[in-house]
Design a protein around this ligand. Structure first.
Ligand SMILES: *Cc1c(COP(=O)(O)O)cnc(C)c1O
Length: 381
């Protein structure tokens, strides 16, 4: 249907073969592939403490639960994110305090606004590496360390992205990754949690599987025949089919991210002269802070433009676009909830109606970028 879709899978016959082998093996969940997926993810990210889970929403819920975030606590999180970042904290019974972005050039959460929104009830700061670009982690980690707050990194956009030489997701207390179909590493539904220390890692491992002390595989192998339950946990396990696909996808990730970077650079070059169009993160690489995973290609439309009309006009040319995101405080539940604080979000509000996400995925040709830019220019006339 789309000439140029917003995102596309980078799947080959290897993913199908990996899935087939699991089905043929007769062992479907929490086996050797999952252990290998966790090991190889950890090697790629520079940490031994990775757990693969059902999805990133489960990862966030595990993170907040393992950090003992609960009723009476406040979690500061950006309003400009996917709603799961906030919902997982709300599901723990905590309140969410929404924070503003830095500005038009940086759609990530503003450390100064985090400081303004800290209260005696604040327990954790959740940050999102928007579009794959790192937040100001030096500032955020310093704020958290000074006040004894936990940091949860929602790194759903940012697998293999880095900040000052370290992988995103490994800088806070817990990092969360998504392997949803449209993410840089896709398995359908999947995710991972990365723990700063062994205690959090052990707690999340327990909470991932009912709080049970032994694993299915160990019982199957005869290593254990009974178990105790030492915490009230969930079932957030991933299955072997997804882990096997994930292993193949992990092998494609670095090259995919590099291709995304080249395509994003071409977009920036082409759109630099376009009147009124804002290009967030335009100067990111000039600052030498690290590497983006380039999950999304966000632009800001000229003020006063009808985004809906632009999206329609681009659709007519076969170009799929999207919006990231409707800010959380605009949703009916969160707008009405007295467990969601939403003051001081003027910079988020200023760009919320202007942000447009252009197609970006490793299978795009350079000519596709040019075609999208032409469609955008024509749609703005
Ligand atoms: C996709 C996404 C999630 C949720 O991931 P799932 O794996 O679909 O649960 C959370 N946060 C952000 C920023 C995302 O983009």
């Amino acid at each position: 249907m789309w000439k140029i879709p917003l995102s596309d899978l980078s799947f080959g016959p290897e993913e199908a073969e990996a899935a087939r082998q699991v089905v043929a093996s007769g062992w479907l969940t929490m086996g050797e592939r999952t252990a290998q997926f966790e090991r190889e993810l950890g090697e790629a990210l520079g940490t031994p403490r990775v757990l693969a889970v059902t999805n990133c929403t489960a990862a966030l819920h595990l993170a907040y639960t393992a950090l003992s975030v609960g009723p009476g606590d406040e979690v500061i999180c950006p309003s400009l994110t996917f709603v799961a970042t906030a919902n997982a904290a709300l599901l723990c019974g905590a309140s969410v305090v929404l924070a503003d972005i830095v500005g038009d050039d940086d759609l990530s959460v503003d450390p100064a606004d985090i400081v303004r929104k800290i209260t005696p009830r604040t327990r954790a700061i959740a940050v999102v590496h928007y579009a794959g670009y790192p937040c100001d982690m030096d500032a955020i980690c310093a704020i958290a360390a000074e006040r004894g707050l936990a940091v949860v990194e929602d790194a759903a956009h940012a697998p293999l992205a880095s900040y000052r030489g370290r992988a995103l997701g490994t800088l806070g207390d817990v990092g969360c990754l998504s392997f949803f179909s449209n993410k840089n590493l896709a398995v359908g539904e999947g995710g991972a949690v990365i723990a700063r220390d062994d205690a959090l890692h052990a707690r999340m491992r327990l909470l991932r599987a009912h709080g049970m002390t032994t694993l299915t595989l160990d019982r199957h192998k005869g290593h254990a025949f009974t178990y105790d339950v030492v915490d009230a946990g969930m079932n957030y396990r991933i299955d072997e089919i997804r882990s096997a696909i994930g292993l193949v996808q992990l092998g494609r990730l670095a090259a995919g991210n590099a291709r995304r970077r080249a395509l994003a650079a071409r977009y920036h070059e082409r759109l630099a002269g376009a009147r009124g169009i804002g290009l967030p993160y335009r100067d990111f690489y000039a600052r030498g802070l690290g590497e983006s995973a380039h999950h999304l290609m966000p632009v800001l439309l000229p003020e006063g433009t009808s985004r809906e009309a632009v999206m329609e006009a681009m659709k007519a040319r076969g170009v799929q676009t999207s919006v990231h995101y409707t800010p959380i405080h605009r949703f009916s539940h969160h707008g009405a909830s007295d467990r969601v604080r939403k003051e001081g979000l003027s910079r988020t509000d200023a760009i919320a109606g202007r942000e447009l996400t252009l197609p970006l995925h490793p299978r795009m040709a350079d000519a596709d970028v040019d075609a999208v830019c032409e469609a955008l220019a024509a749609s703005l006339r």
